[in-house]
Design a binder for this molecule. Structure first.
Ligand code: UD1
Length: 419
């Protein structure tokens, strides 16, 4: 909700045990995929977020039935009777462009408004549109509306991506799941959330091989049937709570998460001097020693260091002794949280794609704003590790991706309230 704020009283070491929420970035494409299925789809461990609620509003608008019961989302898509998504629904959620592949797969046509840019900079969709054209869709993207038609169904093709875009890979998988023949994606994104999407579609009767690798092969099937699927855990939420523990020199036991999902960033916490133990679907992190700087971190497509963890881990590094450097290679404007961290006492300089963090002894509470989802989470991490009170406004960005963030932090002994 607009105008809400998070008030944090910093300086308390977080300590305790949590189960991490279901992954936002896996639930969104899976909810889109559910509109292609006959019968009922039951998604367990589905996070209650403004983005998953926005997905449900899109499905309901299209004629599907959606029901959230705790973290179980049930979708019945048999009643789908529309293929256009109005501008106001498209704008509620940036990743709504994945409905292009799902609607083309189900209806052979769709009309969506252009998603436009966002807080992270321009968000081109050229690769999405080129892929749909290559599969035989006629695409008209004039006047801010994207009209796609494939009267006789999409055709499987070999599609080489110029960059391993997550959303484009997902859109092609969705479109190809019910296309005629075989689609091969070369230079596909390899994020674990893509593996979860493919696992879901395969459970529904799809035929996808190679998800998680650079080459993904999708053999189109004539029907998909709803199934029950457990959404994978959210690795970026895990990174956020570990960062909060690091920033407060605390300890945490995270359960319900396969540690290999976190390989791309756990090495950074190790370098910071955290002790990490992995056992039976749990990750234990002890950050009681003073933090050390980590040298240079470059954000890269998976399995490289995730851009989504950059702002969050930067907050923890503000108090790490020595110099740490980030190089952001994925998005143009992903340092918008830096000004607020500097306001809290951090020593950070941004030069082009690089952010140079010179560790300071203390951060101090301040009035700051969430500039975007992960930038907002970075403010929470910094506030918990700072002396005094931090007040964060514009927290609707945070609610897009974190389920009950203040409840989780309170359960770890942090002092945080929503006003
Ligand atoms: C997804 C994630 C987001 C994450 C990002 C990168 C979801 C819902 N969101 O976003 O949290 O930060 O991956 O890991 O899963 N690009 C183009 N043309 C295109 C498409 C993308 O130039 O047609 C560029 C983008 O501008 C960006 C880069 O490719 O610079 C990566 O984007 P992409 O991997 O597509 O990210 P998203 O799927 O939007």
């Amino acid at each position: 909700m607009k105008n809400q704020r998070l008030i944090i009283e910093g300086g308390n070491a977080l300590s305790g045990e949590i189960k991490v929420q279901g992954a936002k970035n896996s639930s969104l494409p899976i909810i889109a995929a559910s509109l292609m299925c006959k019968g009922e789809t039951v998604l367990k461990n589905c996070p209650c977020l403004t983005d998953t609620y926005a997905s449900c509003r899109i499905l309901t608008h299209l004629g599907c039935e959606c029901r959230f019961d705790g973290n179980t989302l049930t979708v019945k898509a048999d009643g789908l009777d529309k293929n256009e998504i109005p501008d106001e629904l498209m704008r509620e959620m940036r990743s709504s462009i994945i409905y292009m592949g799902a609607l083309l797969g189900r209806c052979g046509r769709c009309s969506l408004s252009f998603p436009g840019g966002c807080e992270l900079g321009p968000r081109p969709i050229d690769m999405h549109l080129n892929a749909m054209k290559k599969m035989g869709a006629k695409v008209n993207d004039e006047y801010g509306t994207i009209e796609c038609v494939s009267e006789h169904g999409l055709k499987g093709r070999k599609i080489t991506l110029k960059y391993p875009s997550v959303g484009t890979t997902e859109n092609i998988i969705l479109a190809a799941a019910k296309a005629k023949g075989e689609t091969t994606i070369i230079n596909a994104a390899r994020e674990p959330e893509i593996v979860d999407l493919a696992a879901f579609i395969n459970k529904c009767g799809g035929k996808i091989k190679g998800a998680g690798n650079s080459t993904v092969v999708i053999e189109g099937v004539s029907e998909l049937y709803g199934c029950t699927h457990y959404i994978m855990p959210d690795r970026i939420a895990a990174a956020t709570y570990i960062s909060a523990v690091a920033a407060t020199n605390g300890e945490i036991n995270i359960h319900g998460i396969d540690a290999s999902l976190c390989d791309s960033f756990m090495c950074v916490f190790e370098q910071m001097g955290c002790n990490i133990y992995v056992y039976d679907g749990c990750i234990y992190v002890n950050a009681k020693k003073p933090l050390k700087s980590v040298g240079k971190i470059i954000t890269l497509p998976h399995p490289g260091f995730p851009t989504d963890a950059q702002a969050i881990i930067m907050s923890a590094l503000c108090k790490a002794k020595g110099v740490s450097i980030f190089e952001e290679t994925i998005f143009e404007s992903r340092y918008r949280h830096v000004d607020s961290l500097v306001k809290m006492g951090a020593d950070i300089k941004v030069i082009g794609k690089a952010a140079i963090i010179n560790g300071v002894k203390k951060l101090y509470g301040a009035k700051v704003a969430a500039t975007d989802l992960r930038g907002g989470a970075a403010m929470v991490v910094a506030g918990l590790g700072a002396e005094g009170i931090t007040e964060i406004k514009d927290i609707e960005h945070i609610d897009r991706g974190y389920e009950n963030i203040e409840k989780v932090i309170t359960s770890l002994g942090g002092k945080i309230t929503r006003t």
